[in-house]
Write a new protein. Sequence first.
Length: 482
Amino acid sequence: MKKSLNDDSIGALSAKLQQANNDFTAVYPGETGKRQPVHTVYGGAHLFKSDSATRLGALARRSLDQFAPDFLMFAKAIGLAGSEQLPDSPEEDAGLVAQLEANREQVRHENKPAWLAHAIYNRVNEKLRREPVEDFRVDFEDGYGNRPDEEEDGHAASAAAEVAEGMRNETLPPFIGIRIKPFTEELRARSMRTLDIFVSTLVEESGGKLPQNFVVTQPKITIPEQVSALADLFELLESKTGLAKSSLKLEMMIETTQSIINARGEINLPQLLAAARGRCVAAHFGTYDYTASCSITAAHQHMMHPACDFAKNMMQVSFAGTGIWLSDGATNIMPVAPHRFTEGGPALTPEQIEENRNVVHRAWKLHYDHVKHSLETAFYQGWDLHPAQLPTRYAAVYAFFLESLDAASERLKNFVEKAAKATLVGDVFDDAATGQGLLNYFLRAINCGALTEEEAVERSGLTVAELRSGSFVKILNNRQSL
């Protein structure tokens, strides 16, 4: 076979390309495969206790018990798919309830809306008992406000002591961190001082350790120098406290227009990430600060505004392949009943009870729809502001995975069985990238509690080891070598 070039003649070209490819891979390593929390709950630092997550779970269960005491009422309140076909209460169809208890799999095939409503309600209740909060942010910013220096100093130290107590008692959620004030001229000194006190106290109280998955949230970023300054501060703290190098991590809040496009007309997001020098693990979108910075009036500031979708699309394009987790904002309409019973006071009237239920259900439905929109646009994490939002957070996440379980199972099984060959299931054509996406679907479903590991094995056709590998390419290679 005639050739004009030999290995020596293209050696320099190949070496140059190899270096460029390696540089690209360093910036875009892909998904980490680690568990991402489905939400971040935040609360003022002055209120944080070592058992805050447990107490929030109890409040969430109380809200669910009071305003949706059965799976049918909950399904109708949030507008779960097919819920309009279901009876209004278990008493209307005792046979359905008995069948669900006796043979859920049969009901899944014969009456999927009933199975879905029942499964989600049970899994939400189980989650609220076992692990009600996945990620908590001890807040020194919007949820805390501006206070005298002496007062914030005290809260920084006391919150750190509570985190250390939670580490000892194993009462912390699996992810935790603090949100400091922004690095603006007015607040940077206060922000740095709070971080110093908190980290120094925590390290002293915990015997030199940080909680697992500890992160510092930096709000209202406008320029890369603010992120770089936080990374510099981390280096100083690690050196002075004895923490391991690079143990302090940060997440950026994208909530200003300048964080999207800078004064030179450049996309600022990659520059912010580069300024973190490998310490950034996530980027969180701030709905209300961002819409306010766009001069959108308060009545139209909400998570589904087109301005928010634009900003989040920019985040996706800028951070895709980097391994950075993306998180959406919060729903600011709280599921709080307007009428409260006071001990020793008059009982609530039937009209007040009905109004309470309607108000909570409307807020639940809004939150459910917002979370569903986030999930559909590949933002698998969001912020929750109130314990009564936890039931709808988990309901939306579970519904997202369970509604498409049958289709995902069929596609993945078929794809794996035919190894590396492209397949056609129905009218959906799959390739290797889709195979990894389907695998990620099952991994996320397991991590959030929508599926147990045993259910995922049964539905996916994969082994436990294959699921845990997190790599579709590895699965195919191993199966092809057998």
